[in-house]
Design a protein around this ligand. Structure first.
Ligand code: HSE
Length: 382
C-alpha cells in the first residue's frame, strides 16, 4: 500500500525514511507548505494526493488542529485510510473522525499520538476486547520527563533542560503545551476514550511543571523523593476522572527510573492486573515507528481504536482523595488544609490532608489569583 505523508518535520522525515523499507508499505508523495517544495517526492498540492488512486493511506504528522482537521476529513471523504500522530486533533475531533471513518469503512488509527514509540493505545485497545480496564496512568510527555530527570539527576536548570529537549526534537513547536501539561492531558483523554469508551472533554485538571524550581529539587532530594509528571484516568460512575499533575515518589520507585525522554504507561485490567509499558515517548524515530505500526495494522484489517459507542463526557475529579506536597509563601498557608509542616519560614513546605484533585487544583488557582506562587505535587498513598 502506498502511503502519502502530510508534513515533513521531525516525525514526517522519520516516517518517510522508514517507509522506504517497510514490509507491505511504500512511500508516496509528501505534502509540504507552498514554497517549501525541495525534493521530487514533495508537493504542496493536497488535491493531487487525494485524487491519486495509487495512494491507499495518508499519515498526518503536521500537528495542530487547523488545517489538519479539514485535511483529515478530505482524506477520509476521498476513500483513503487516515493515520495520525496528532493528539490535539484526536482529542478535539477524534469522535467525529472516527464516525466518518466508520461510515466509509476506512481506518482511523492514532496510537502514535500517545506515548511516542510506546505501544500504549494499541495494547489498551486490544486489552478492552477481553478485559475490563479499571484505571490508566503514566508519564506521557517525553519533554517534561527529560527536563525533570535532568534537573534532578544532573542539576540542569529549567531553561537549560527545556532548550536541550527542544534541540533533541522532543518538544512541540510551542513547548508551552509540554510544560503546562496540556500535551499529557490530550494523551490521557485519548487513553480514557480507548479504555473506557468515554472521551472527557470538560472538567479536566491540568498542572504542569512550570512552577518546579531548583529549590524544590534540593528539598525533595533531601527527603529522598523525586518528581515526575503523571497523567491518570479512571471510570467514575458514568464518567471518568482525568487529571495531569506533578507527583512525588520515593527515589527508589519505578517512576523515578524513567529517565530522559522515556514514557511509562500503565493500565490495570480486572483480570490481567497491572501492565506497564516503557520506552521512548518522544523523538523522530520512536514516534515514526509508532506511525508505521499503525500503517502496518491497516494491512491486517485494523480499522478503529475508539469503541463504537464512545461518547464525550464531563470529567469528575472530586472523588478520590490524595495528600499533596506543597511549597508556598507563608501568607498562603492558611488557605491550605495542612496536615504536617515540613519547613517553616517565609516559604513553607508542607503536606496537606487528603483532598480531591479538584479541591487541590482549585486551591492552587485561588492562591495564584491572589498573586501567590505555589508548587504542588500529589503524593503516593503512605
Ligand atoms: N512533545 C511530545 C512529548 C512529543 O514531549 O512527549 C511526543 O508526543
Amino acid at each position: 500500500m502506498q502511503v502519502a505523508v502530510l508534513g515533513y518535520g521531525t516525525v514526517g522525515g522519520g516516517v518517510y525514511a522508514m517507509l522506504q523499507s517497510a514490509r507491505g508499505l511504500e512511500p508516496g508523495p509528501v505534502l509540504v507548505r507552498p514554497g517549501k517544495v525541495k525534493e521530487k517526492f514533495q508537493t504542496s498540492d493536497l488535491e493531487a494526493i487525494l485524487s491519486d488512486d495509487k495512494v491507499g493511506a495518508v499519515a498526518e504528522v503536521m500537528g495542530g488542529i487547523d488545517p489538519a482537521f479539514s485535511y483529515a476529513k478530505k482524506v477520509l471523504e476521498s476513500g483513503k485510510h487516515f493515520v495520525t500522530s496528532n493528539k490535539a486533533l484526536c482529542a478535539a475531533h477524534g469522535l467525529e473522525l472516527a464516525a466518518l471513518a466508520r461510515q466509509k469503512g476506512l481506518g482511523f488509527l492514532f496510537s502514535s499520538a500517545c506515548g511516542g514509540g510506546v505501544p500504549f493505545l494499541h495494547n489498551l485497545s486490544l486489552a478492552t476486547r477481553s478485559d475490563t480496564i479499571t484505571s490508566i496512568s503514566g508519564i506521557l510527555n517525553g519533554t517534561t520527563n527529560y527536563m525533570l530527570d535532568n534537573m534532578q539527576r544532573r542539576g540542569l536548570d529549567y531553561q537549560e533542560a527545556l532548550s536541550d529537549a527542544q534541540l533533541l526534537g522532543y518538544a512541540e513547536a510551542d513547548p508551552t503545551a509540554d510544560v503546562s501539561g496540556l500535551d499529557a492531558l490530550r494523551k490521557i483523554m485519548l487513553g480514557c476514550a480507548v479504555a473506557f469508551g468515554r472521551l472527557p472533554t470538560g472538567g479536566l485538571l491540568c498542572e504542569g511543571i512550570e512552577n518546579f524550581t531548583a529549590g524544590d529539587v534540593a528539598d525533595l532530594r533531601s527527603r529522598k523523593l523525586a518528581c515526575r509528571l503523571i497523567a491518570s484516568g479512571a471510570p467514575v460512575g458514568k464518567t471518568v476522572s482525568t487529571c495531569v499533575e506533578p507527583m512525588v515518589f520515593p527515589q527508589s520507585a519505578p517512576e523515578c527510573s524513567v529517565v530522559m525522554n522515556f514514557n511509562m504507561t500503565k493500565y490495570i485490567g480486572q483480570k490481567c492486573g497491572p501492565i506497564v509499558l516503557m520506552g521512548q515517548g518522544a523523538g523522530r524515530f520512536p514516534t515514526a515507528s509508532a506511525v508505521l505500526r499503525d500503517l502496518s495494522s491497516l494491512l491486517t484489517g485494523e480499522r478503529e481504536m475508539f469503541p463504537a459507542d464512545c461518547v464525550a463526557v464531563e470529567a469528575d475529579n472530586s472523588r478520590e482523595k490524595r495528600k499533596y506536597y506543597v511549597r508556598c509563601h507563608s501568607d498562603a498557608a492558611s488557605l491550605l488544609p495542612l496536615e504536617r509542616l515540613l519547613m517553616n519560614g517565609f516559604t513553607i513546605r508542607a503536606v496537606t490532608e487528603p483532598v480531591s484533585p479538584e479541591e487541590m487544583h482549585n486551591l492552587a488557582k485561588k492562591i495564584r489569583n491572589n498573586g501567590g506562587s505555589l508548587f504542588f505535587a500529589a503524593m503516593e498513598d503512605e
